[in-house]
Write a protein that binds this ligand. Structure first.
Ligand code: CA
Length: 476
């Protein structure tokens, strides 16, 4: 009997059935997440309540860059390159050029980073533009990128005007960019950087023409895939939000618990805010929440100063259970629907305009991860090691391309990881929940074992870059 195979869960009552993903998301949000958010003033701390439009709107691309990185020409190029039907189904949002130098903050009448954070929660892609010819990352740009934390999966980086420098210098600039991003973003290596010259001028130095063309095609393909992936994006964002709302509820209710009922409230409040880190630590341990799920400590402390703690609510298990239930069951159900909707929306082919016919296959240069297979394979980080796992897979007596739970277990326990961990890995890996593993799921399971053995935390939900390509749509 495999206690970690999730059999127990199947016996619970079935989750609700929805006709469309956006209908499902709206209903789940309203009935399960929103009550928790309202109860603990989530909207005053993190993000306003979601509205129906947030679930219905078409995919959005947010463009962010410093002055003179070529944003405007970039937009024109996209509009010239992407087929009309794609543009009809995507909105491109331009942002004011980011300032460099000292006077930046005082010269705006609003908190630019906060505004971008609001957008980041709602868009499908965030394109960060850099100027290869003049690479510098101002404080404001750095703040902006930090504000995009938790949305790394949406970020694509464009190193523009790369035709203005020689190849050797370009390599150095690329290295410098990755190094700078590494200081701002936790995992810069997962960020996809497109090198190119995204404007219609002739190339100043044409040495890297082929590379630029391939990179442009890759990027256009990525954008073209957005309408197809929009439902999954919205689902992922709801999951992120639910996790934050859960942690937030724990924080607020912990603070409530610590408050005296009559005297010394002001002093106690100051003390609690000052020692918020300790409270974070306790919640982390008590509820096994990963540190990455907590809101920024300093920002939270600032926000708490303005709050009346006596208005805070104590813990209400029923509200938390509803969210837990949504994360554990309803989301999985919606995932099936997501794949179905995706498969109903075929990927449009690239119509290259000026580039038509000049490329021997846009991915022919082997540049970047996952090149060669089209959008569905881009960034599946497991792909690299899959051949190794495949060899093991075929020794485990697959039937119709799948191995049984028992055979998978035999192999996975060799890692010596405890059953609780393997159970979690199983849950993440058996994506279609059929109690068996196909080769991709098996590779994923091994990848997660590797991550864990290397000392990293397992994700509680599978991030998009770990979902096998074939599972991103309904099996063909
Ligand atoms: Ca499976």
């Amino acid at each position: 009997m495999f206690t970690w195979l999730g059999h127990d869960e199947r016996q619970r009552k079935d989750p609700e059935v929805f006709q469309t993903v956006s209908e499902g998301l709206k209903k789940l949000y309203r009935t399960k997440l929103l009550p928790l958010e309202e109860h603990y003033k989530f909207h005053e701390f993190h993000s306003p309540a979601l509205e129906n439009a947030d679930f219905d709107n078409k995919p959005m691309v947010l463009l962010v860059g410093q002055y003179s990185t070529g944003k405007t020409t970039f937009i024109r190029l996209i509009c010239a390159q992407l087929p009309n039907p794609v543009l009809e189904s995507i909105s491109i949002i331009d942002t004011p050029g980011i300032l460099s130098g000292e006077k930046q903050r005082t010269s705006r009448g609003y908190d630019f980073a906060a505004v971008l954070e609001w957008f980041a929660e709602r868009v499908d892609r965030i394109i960060l533009l850099f100027d290869a010819h003049k690479l510098d990352i101002s404080d404001e740009f750095s703040d902006v990128i930090k504000a995009l934390k938790n949305h790394e999966d949406k970020i694509r980086v464009v190193l523009n005007k790369a035709d203005q420098i020689e190849t050797q210098q370009l390599m150095r600039v690329y290295g410098a960019l990755m190094w700078s991003l590494g200081k701002i973003v936790n995992t810069p290596e997962v960020l996809r950087v497109y090198i190119g010259s995204f404007w219609s001028h002739p190339l100043l130095i044409p040495d890297n023409r082929k590379l630029f063309e391939a990179e442009e095609q890759d990027l256009f393909r990525d954008i073209q895939g957005l309408p197809r992936n929009a439902a999954l994006r919205k689902l992922n964002d709801l999951i992120k939000r639910a996790r934050l709302a859960k942690v937030h509820a724990y924080i607020i209710s912990s603070l409530k618990r610590e408050m005296p009922s009559v005297f010394g409230k002001d002093n106690k409040k100051k003390e609690l805010v000052k020692n918020l880190r300790v409270i974070y630590g306790r919640i982390e341990r008590e509820h096994q929440i990963s540190p990455g799920d907590f809101p920024n400590l300093k920002k939270m402390q600032e926000l708490l100063h303005a709050q009346d703690f006596s208005k805070f609510q104590p813990i209400k298990i029923k509200l938390l259970d509803a969210v837990e239930d949504m994360l554990a069951k309803d989301i999985a159900k919606l995932m099936v629907l997501v794949r179905k909707e995706e498969s109903d929306k075929p990927i449009q082919t690239v119509k290259g305009g000026a580039f038509e016919g000049t490329l021997q296959g846009p991915f022919g240069h082997g540049y970047g991860e996952g090149a060669g297979e089209g959008i569905d394979d881009i960034n599946w980080v497991v792909a690299r090691d899959k051949p190794v796992y495949d060899e093991i897979f075929y020794t485990l007596s697959p039937i119709d391309g799948k191995i049984t739970g028992a055979n998978a277990k035999k192999e996975l326990v060799k890692s010596k990881l405890p059953n609780t961990v393997l159970g979690k890995i199983w849950k993440l890996s058996d994506i279609d929940k059929d109690g068996m593993l196909d080769d991709e799921e098996f590779a994923l399971a091994n990848h997660l074992v590797k991550i864990k053995l290397e000392g990293h935390e397992l994700p509680s939900e599978l991030p998009v870059h770990l979902v096998p390509p074939s599972k991103r749509k309904l099996a063909e």
